[in-house]
Design a protein around this ligand. Sequence first.
Ligand code: ZN
Length: 502
Amino acid sequence: MRIKHANELAGAAWDTYQAGRQGHSGIARRQQDRLRALVAYARAHSLHFADRYRDAPDDLSDVTQLPIVTKAELMRDFDQWVTDPCVRRAEVETFIADPTRIGRDYLGRYVVCTTSGSTGTPAIVLHDQQALTVYNMLGYVRSLPTALMSLPGIWALIRGRGRMAAVFVTDGHFLGNTMMARRLRAAPWRAGMQRLLSALSPLGELVENLNDFQPVVLGGYPSVLELLADEQLACRLHISPVLISAAGETLTATARQHITETFGCRVTNYYGSSEAIGLTFECSSQRLHANTDWYIVEPVDDHHQPVQPGQLSHDVLVTNLANRIQPIIRYPLGDRVVIGIESCSCGSPFPTIEVVGRTDDILLYRGFQGESIHILPLAIATVAEETPGVTTCQLIQRGPSNLTVRFIAASTRNKQQTWDALRTRLAAYLAEQGASGVIIENDAQPPKLHPSSGKFRQVYADCPGVNAGARHAQRARRRGRKQGLTPPVQFVGEVVLQRRYR
Ligand SMILES: [Zn+2]
């Protein structure tokens, strides 16, 4: 059994390596063969796809011959979507309601993770063992060689005994959480080397934990990493990571520079989701490439028509060619992307992908002693979203002590009850973070697009002088004073990262 597994791993690693070497034709051939096999499998084993593909051609030549299937549609028809009749939604929901099962495989063979409702409908996603092998190989074969270019980096990693900390939302079967717990279960000796810290915990506590643990690899949302960089500059945090991996939110060039300069180490970026693990890898030129031998990525406009490379899309459809248990085929991810026109200077044949993701603000309040309290957008959005009865929400800071909430309740009859629960949860969270005297108000309007950018921003500050702008200016002043940066070292470890998503 073990030999068979080793053979499978070696075969997958070799194929992943070869796909890159064989260039565009090798990638296109793999994509086409895998799409045909996946569609045939979905038709034969998923009642939902058998029905949806009734009119699709038998001899499929292009993915656009297939209809688009949305998360909402698939979640409604969950029991017919999955390709294993033993998988039942009611049972999976019981499984994920139990936190003691985080890191265990459902039915002993499927990884289960949930996505947040930040893009509308929360989803439950299952991955099979073959898919997990593919995701691992994509990480090892595509990311590792870029990372291992620096010997000092490897040495620093060995010296630091590979200690890895990840700061994400930790309560629940979110992707990063599940994968880390799963790895610890498989190899309990890793417990001293890996620590998952909650992005919801107060900043002081986070800093204390990191000082105590001294990670050499650090993963987290860009907003968390920016705050930690500020803490390091303020000499409250004292860590020396050799690699920092950002995921889950947009990593802006400014944020990357700030984090890189503060910690003096390599900062990598990742884009993927719970439905599309290992969708991208970052190359030596710091650009994201899509793993198009295992994924089909289609940028589309607001009518789901194809958008040409070089142009910003309205949405992106993704097809996961590796996972059979729950086929993801032409599935809108809800992100705006640009596929590169020209080939990247790194020489990779995989297309570059730029993601225009969420650009939420860090909210800034006063603490009980008048100190600044930073509230992470992703963390506070999670607190709001997970309030029972809340479908969609938007949080706006309109003044030094204000938090305005727009939300849609699942049932209009219980709207007042939902609001009471939502306000209580937000107040408790803000108090736990040390924010004092924040007045939480309900805006009767539903969540809206941002008045100036026209984009949907879930958490933002609309009060000049109080919001993140002040922080950026302060940071720029500090940066001007910072001299003698250490040369960057490179390494990418087995950090399975998550999109906003947890
Ligand atoms: Zn590149």
